[in-house]
Design a protein around this ligand. Sequence first.
Ligand code: FES
Length: 101
Amino acid sequence: AKITFITKDNQSIVVEGTSGSVMELAKQANVKGIDGDCGGVCSCATCHIYLNEADLLKTGPASEIEKDMLELDDDANEFSRLCCQIEVSEAIDGVVFQVVR
Ligand code: FES
């Protein structure tokens, strides 16, 4: 799947992958603002991204655990996901993720 990240300083970074989590892919590509401090176990929110409605349908909603984590993040809104919880697959091809921090 092809995934575009828009960083806080408005850089657009396109990455491509077939498996693993979106956070891992972003780390490999050195996407600024995706730190993945907890290693992808949904407990740090340093992989916070925003997405649009159409892409939200592609990725599906956040899980309960993810929602709980997002609740602790002041920047979270209805278009938030933690990208370590999004699996890379063809189902999400073409998504555009805006890096929150
Ligand atoms: Fe820590 Fe996603 S990497 S919550």
